[in-house]
Design a protein around this ligand. Sequence first.
Ligand SMILES: [Zn+2]
Length: 145
Amino acid sequence: MARSADADAEGYEQLKRAVSQVGLIRRGSLVTRLVPCGRPGCRCQADPPQLHGPYQQWTTKTRGRTVTVRVHPEQARLLREWIANGRKLNQIVAEMQRVCLRLTDRLLRAAHDVEKATVSRARPPRAHGSRTASKRPSCRMRTPK
Ligand SMILES: [Zn+2]
């Protein structure tokens, strides 16, 4: 269902405000792992092994390489919040792209209409009689189809 140009323009303003409300962001993800320490004779080397943990790890990809860092519970709490902020920002940007696609499509169609109107003015007048109404924004903002 096509939204009106006014609704999209207002929606875009709201999204810009939403971006300004996003707190600190951090990419990557938190994982909880049980790990072996590698110390000979440790219970983690037994059969069956009793691994250490669970530990929280922050992991991310940097230039194609996966980086994993073990973090303390308080660090994990902060990271969880920043990672959630980053995902929220992604959602806002994705919505901005959807809204802007509609807004810019309208502008491109309007620019095309202006071009056609300019060309038609050089030809016999009144070829596109309804173009005179396009000075009013509400008339220019036609929905597609
Ligand atoms: Zn161990």
